[in-house]
Design a protein around this ligand. Structure first.
Ligand SMILES: [Fe+2]
Length: 314
């Protein structure tokens, strides 16, 4: 990480790579932010896609106030429940990942399956995924539990012109897995799925107008509308591989009090990438800012095929 670059702004940015990620200083998220600071953070998000704030030992209410500067908030998740007193907040503990992905806890680590590919865009099984995700480290182990991010706009921009032309007009269908739909009724009475949506494979960013690839790179249950299965798989394999080239990426090492916000309209992420390999306790709390229906270069708008739209709490 380079030293902070001094600017005339109220915030200071230290970019982490040429294309994605910056650390932000000069902001105390325990306090309300002025309009100029909020505008600078929004501009920094447009420019760097992932912003990291360190040493922000904030409350749930502080996190919610910060999120609302960027737009109305959603419930914690369309399937999973939020905290009882804060339905906007989704708490994740590393042990949940272990239970979900590694039921073989009694065998030695070296024999554990290592086929996890967690690269995703948040909540694309609904037609209107969130615009921003804001994740805060509550309890963080001294090492392990890092999160990877990739810039899907740069991934698109670096495709050959002929491939851009091919993918610009495509849509794909994407839905929840069986795991996600098996659960008790939600406290808010909404149906926890199943959800199935159709999205443009290339998304035009609602603020900047820039195009990005728009499919979860680690997903395996999507298919492109109107294509034969082998054609769909070949194109999706190409798009997914291009999405996560290492030169488009950035890795966040968490520390206590770290808060990360990412533009879910232009990035994908994977984390905690090594959940199966560390035993330290890791607790994080996430909120999400409501998003619009994604739009493709040809004007196509995402739409639900099954399940409700993601709702807004405010
Ligand atoms: Fe995520």
């Amino acid at each position: 990480m380079s030293a902070a670059i001094k600017t005339q702004s109220t915030i200071q940015l230290a970019p982490a790579t040429p294309v994605i990620g910056a650390e932000v200083t000069g902001v105390d998220l325990r306090q309300p932010l002025g309009a100029r600071t909020v505008a600078e953070i929004q501009q920094a998000l447009d420019d760097w896609k992932v912003l990291v704030f360190r040493d922000q030992h904030i409350s749930d209410e502080d996190q919610l106030r910060f999120g609302r500067y960027l737009g109305p908030l959603t419930p914690a998740h369309p399937v999973a429940e939020g905290l009882p007193d804060h339905p906007e907040i989704w708490e994740r503990q590393a042990s949940e990942y272990v239970e979900r992905h590694r039921p073989d806890l009694n065998i030695p680590l070296a024999k554990a399956p290592r086929d996890y590919n967690g690269w995703h865009i948040d909540i694309t099984f609904v037609a209107n995924p969130n615009s921003y995700s804001i994740l805060r480290g509550v309890e963080i182990p001294p090492y392990g539990g890092d999160t990877l991010f990739t810039n899907l706009q740069v991934a698109y921009e670096n495709l050959s012109p002929q491939i851009k032309t091919l993918v610009d007009g495509l849509q794909y269908v994407n839905g929840t897995s069986a795991y996600d739909t098996e659960g008790p009724p939600r406290r808010d009475g909404r149906k926890p799925g199943p959800f199935v949506s159709v999205h443009p494979l290339v998304r035009v960013h609602p603020r900047t107008g820039k195009k990005s690839l728009f499919i979860s790179p680690g997903g395996r249950n999507g298919h492109i509308v109107g294509l034969k299965q082998r054609e769909s798989e070949a194109i999706l394999d190409l798009v997914r591989a291009e999405s996560i080239r290492p030169e488009y990426g950035f890795r966040v090492h968490w520390t206590p009090g770290t808060l990360v916000i990412w533009d879910n309209q232009a990035t994908a992420h994977a984390g905690p990438i090594d959940y199966a390999l560390f035993t330290g306790k890791r607790v994080v709390r996430r909120i999400t800012v409501a998003g619009e229906l994604p739009q493709g270069p040809d004007g196509f708008r995402s739409r639900p095929l099954e399940g409700e739209l993601f709702n807004v709490i405010g």
